[in-house]
Design a protein. Structure first.
Length: 618
């Protein structure tokens, strides 16, 4: 059982992958994937060694054909000759015969249930009778068992790696594009593994949508528990993108699960050099796991809460916070910020700004400010904030909206009575606990259980210098991940005891909310990290598309190296750009191809023209 309030690793069965163990008592492993051509031994070895030197504990390579699978033998041999024992993982799609070969030369083989024996999805509605469906499953078992036998003989581990974007037509026909369908796609294979008593299995379920990714993994764990399965999990947000947004998106999804003790190995998928992924993954793992052994959090789960199928906690709106409103962002002026001259991003201006005891002289029209209650004078667009020990004064101050800082363990009878009497009060949940997520979650559940409908803003405090901005982004995204997915978040307030500019902190808060699909403030890019299947210059293309579309707030654009996940993941995007062959690109509107095999030199211009024309129609 998952403990919502107290951190501990989920118990899993150990899996041996070469010289390392995944699951059981082993530490959480970090890994990456090469982007080089798997037939190029020298390039693959050089990139693998860069990943290993950065701290990667497994290296994955694409094996789209038999030739690539056989060359794993040469890559493996060269790495061993260079003194590296790091396990290699073969990534197989569309061709079960390739998986058989890869199992001879790699320490682990990843197969995708959506295309292991099934052809590529055709995105058409196909009806299966019960008998036809059973025949499909029999065909799957007949092909999968011989592969497991090869793996058993060669001590090769298997990853059952489900991608939201590449579910089979069989699954889509019966379950649709749902978490239940994604989980069943995985369970079909796991039932065969259990029947065959093949236990050297790791599982992953990935999506570019963090909400789908987290909810689906939670559902999978629930289903595995029912079936007495304890396989270790590989975590990742697929097609997360690059730069700050890619890191924040990954931290929201991976962090939400790690914080609940879920995950035995992780890969942060960035559209950058593979070795750049390792420090990000390592920081996430180290940040979350240091919660182990924290002081017990005495939380009780609200009876209407569902961890597997969470819905937003019911609240009454106060000042545009809570109710059906999108979560707000509160900002604080820091030590290096001039309150009179700070310029926020126009699309990421905070809803409220905390000023302490002193309002700026030149206040922006319409901007809302929060001041300490004992400095509150009732000026327009200003609102008081009370510490928990000032609860008796809340009723004596007249204001449309009031903020009350609370921490689990404060005298609850006092603040419960205050909140019931004052629906205009917004709770600001803070924590100094080693496991701040657990304590903040427990406070929200306490309010919920006691029938209180006051909105809750989660305030997170950090202590980073401007050189550590990336650390703040990862930590804040990881801390907020589960709180947002759980439906508990009515607002986010990031604070930092350091010299990071308030604009950067505010931009981070908006990016975190967008990564959880709670509030859109800019264009979103769903871009893959690339691999040996990518047949065009992915990174320069991403830069070109970003430069031309950054102003298109709310638009989701998919930029995919190849067809494996392209159309499926882009069902969640408005437009897509997908590698279709050497130097050839196909363009999509959602999952429908609108132009095929365009020369790469013309493809970006075609995409931009199509977007402009399509937007004019609507």
């Amino acid at each position: 059982m998952i403990d919502l309030f107290n951190y501990r690793r989920r118990s899993t069965s150990p899996v041996q992958v070469g010289d390392i163990q995944i699951g059981g008592d082993a530490p959480i492993r970090v890994q990456s994937m090469t982007t080089t051509n798997t037939n190029d031994t020298e390039a693959c070895v050089a990139q693998a060694e860069r990943i290993i030197k950065a701290g990667g504990e497994l290296v994955r390579l694409t094996t789209q054909g038999r030739r690539e699978a056989e060359n794993l033998q040469n890559i493996n041999a060269q790495l061993r000759a260079d003194g590296y024992q790091t396990p290699l993982v073969a990534d197989v799609h569309f061709n079960a015969n390739v998986a058989d070969v890869a199992a001879l030369y790699a320490e682990k083989v990843r197969v995708n249930p959506g295309n292991y024996v099934d052809p590529a999805r055709v995105f058409k509605k196909i009806e299966y009778t019960d008998a036809e469906y059973a025949d499909e499953l029999k065909k799957l078992e007949d092909r999968f068992v011989p592969f497991l036998n090869i793996c058993r003989e060669h001590h090769t581990a298997v990853r059952i790696g489900v991608n939201h974007g590449s579910l089979s037509d069989r699954i889509m026909s019966r379950y649709g594009d749902t978490p239940e369908g994604i989980v069943e796609s995985c369970m079909e294979f796991l039932r065969i593994c259990k029947k065959e008593q093949f236990d050297n299995v790791v599982i992953s379920i990935k999506a570019s949508n963090t909400v789908i990714m987290v909810r689906t993994v939670r559902l999978l764990i629930s289903e595995m528990d029912k079936a007495d399965m304890h396989y270790p999990l590989h975590l990742g947000v697929t097609e997360a993108g690059e730069g700050e947004d890619g890191r924040i998106k990954s931290a929201v999804g991976i962090g939400a699960l790690l914080a609940d003790g879920i995950g035995d190995t992780i890969r942060v998928s960035l559209s950058e050099e593979p070795e750049a992924e390792i420090p990000v993954a390592r920081h996430l793992v180290d940040y979350i796991t240091k919660r182990a052994g924290h002081t017990l959090v005495p939380g009780t789960e609200a009876k209407d809460f569902s961890w597997v199928r969470p819905e937003r906690r019911p609240t009454r709106a106060a000042g545009g916070i809570g109710g059906s409103n999108t979560p707000v962002v509160i900002a604080s002026f820091g030590q290096n910020d001039d309150a009179e001259s700070v310029e926020f991003n126009p699309d990421m201006t905070p809803d409220y700004i905390y000023c302490g005891t002193k309002l700026p002289k030149n206040r922006r029209d319409g901007q809302k400010y929060i001041v300490d209650f004992n400095a509150y004078t009732g000026e327009p667009n200003t609102y008081p904030i009370f510490p928990y020990n000032a609860t008796p004064f809340v009723g004596g101050v007249k204001a449309e909206v009031k903020f009350l800082v609370l921490q689990l363990g404060a005298p609850s009878e006092e603040y419960m009575a205050c909140l019931k009497a004052h629906p205009e009060v917004v709770v600001v949940a803070v924590s100094n606990q080693q496991n701040r997520l657990g304590e903040q979650r427990a406070l929200a559940h306490e309010l919920w259980s006691n029938g209180l409908f006051n909105p809750v803003v989660f305030a997170q405090m950090y202590g980073h210098s401007s050189a550590e901005k990336a650390d703040l982004q990862l930590e804040a995204a990881a801390d907020m991940g589960a709180l947002m997915i759980d439906g508990l978040t009515d607002g986010l307030w990031l604070m930092n005891n350091g010299d990071i500019a308030v604009r950067d902190i505010t931009d981070t808060a908006f990016a975190i909310l967008q990564a959880a699909r709670l509030r859109t403030s800019k264009t979103e890019y769903i871009s893959c990290p690339g691999c040996g299947r990518t047949l065009y210059d992915l990174r320069s293309t991403i830069a070109k598309i970003k430069a031309a579309t950054a102003h298109m707030k709310g638009l989701k654009i998919g930029i995919m190296g190849c067809i494996v996940n392209g159309p499926g993941e882009m069902a969640d995007a408005d437009y897509g750009y997908v590698g279709a062959g050497p130097g050839k690109i196909s363009l999509y509107k959602q999952k429908m191809c609108v132009e095929k095999a365009i020369p790469e030199s013309e493809a970006v211009e075609h995409l931009l023209r199509f977007i402009e024309e399509d937007r004019k129609k609507h």
